[in-house]
Structures are given as C-alpha cells and as structure tokens.
Design a protein around this ligand. Structure first.
Ligand SMILES: [Zn+2]
Length: 255
C-alpha cells in the first residue's frame, strides 16, 4: 500500500481544500478495499447524497473525511439535522477517516468507522452560524470520535504502519451484530459497555471492574434504577455475540 498522497494532482487547483479532496479521493480509490468483502471500491459521481464511495460487490457506502496532523477528539461533519435523520432511518454511510501530515502529505492514519457505531448520542450539535454568515442559522455537527469504542475504529494505517488485510476484514465482521439492533437506546447501552471495557484497557476483566462505572452510567441514564442488572445483561449479550468470552464466574476476556 502506498502511504503518500499524490501531490502532482493538486497543482491545477487553487483552493487548498479542493486539492486535498482530489488527492485523498484519488488515494482511496487506488489503495483502499472494501472492509466488508475485500473487493475494490468505486467513487460515486459528484454530490451523491449517500456517500463518496461504494462497493459494487456488497453495496456498502462510504463517506470520506480527512484532517491534517492529528486524529483529535472530534470529526467535523455536515448538517446536524440531516445526520440525525439519517441515523434514525438507518441510511447513513460508513465513515473513512484519513489523517495526513505535512509537508510531504504522508498518511498517518486511515480508518473506517462502521455505520452501526453511530447513534445520536455520538453526534454533537455545533452552534448555529451567525446572522452575517452566508448560511445564517445553519447548524452543523461533530462526530465525537473519542466516545466511539476502539472496536469501531478499524485501522488500515496506524501511525504510518499498514495493517494486514485479513485482520481488517476480521475486525469489521466482529461487530456486525450491532446492525441488528433496532432499538437505539439499547444499542447505546452496548456501545457504552464496550467503551467501559476499552477504558479498563486489558484483555481480561471482571464484572466488579465494570461495576466501577455504575455511577457514570447512572448519570447517563437517569431513569434507569437497575444499572448493575443492565451491565450484566449487556455483558451477556456481548458474550452471545462472541465479542467477549466468559472465563469463570465474574471474569471475562475480550475476543
Ligand atoms: Zn464490499
């Protein structure tokens, strides 16, 4: 995999953001395979509302966002209203996220965030544009990258290192069960417990350790009076979906 953007493509564009767009789209088309089936992906003709790229084989859609230097905590996205509507009707695309470094336009990170990781709680409303702006009153949104579980950030390139194709496909398939979740609140719980496991930062963990998040979760779900029950229910669910395994009473391991 070539990890450099092709700078020569930029010369004919005056606008910097347009040049970046052209270089990154060209790179994705040439280097990136579909994380679902491994096939090549294609670019949509301009301004297709469903995304920037698609896979002809399995019909997954992808939208590309890119950023300079750092991953950061948020990804700036388009209209808040559109994003929330798309999440509710389940027609949002998967996200490709590319981070490049200057001055050589090298790719530092490239990841895909599967669409089933997005819930309204991960979308932050930006303040409306001021009255003097061209689109006064328009409200954009940010994707809260830091609140997405690690299993929802599937790297192709991490810190300049290319990951192998087999593990990318495997990581993608590991969380596909989240697509079956029709209830957004329930999915929110699953993602929260996945985040708690991430924060513990180890492969093996105990129920007691997850219980340490009880108060934080209680603040997030003020109407739920049975947080511990919910934690156990979610761990059971993640076990049934082969995301974690049960080792001995109260002890689990990430798969
Ligand atoms: Zn595919």
């Amino acid at each position: 995999m070539n990890t450099n953007l092709n700078i020569s493509l930029a010369s004919q564009y005056k606008s910097k953001s347009q040049a970046i767009r052209i270089m990154t789209e060209y790179w994705v088309t040439n280097e990136i395979f579909c994380p679902n089936c491994g096939d090549i992906i294609y670019k949509y003709v301009n301004n297709k509302p469903v995304g920037d790229f698609y896979c002809q084989n399995c019909l997954e859609d992808f939208e590309l966002k890119s950023k300079k230097e750092l991953l950061g905590k948020k990804i700036v996205n388009g209209s808040y209203k559109t994003m929330i509507e798309r999440l509710r009707s389940n027609d949002n695309p998967n996200f490709f996220f590319l981070v490049y470094t200057l001055p050589y336009y090298q790719i530092k990170h490239f990841m895909v965030i599967p669409k089933h990781f997005f819930i309204p709680k991960l979308i932050e409303k930006r303040p409306p544009l001021s009255k003097i702006a061209k689109r006064a009153g328009w409200i954009g949104c940010n994707i809260l990258l830091q609140n997405i579980p690690e299993s929802g950030k599937i790297y192709y390139i991490k810190n300049g290192q290319v990951e192998n194709k087999k593990s990318i496909l495997k990581n993608w398939h590991k969380t596909l069960f989240l697509r079956d979740a029709h209830n957004i609140e329930l999915k929110g719980w699953t993602l929260d417990i996945m985040r708690c496991i991430d924060i513990l930062g180890k492969k093996e963990f105990t129920l007691k350790e997850i219980y340490l998040f009880e108060q934080i979760l209680a603040k997030k779900y003020p109407y739920n009076k049975h947080i511990k029950d919910k934690i156990r229910q979610q761990l059971q669910f993640l076990r049934d979906k082969n995301y974690i395994e049960f080792i001995s009473p109260g002890v689990y391991r990430l798969l």
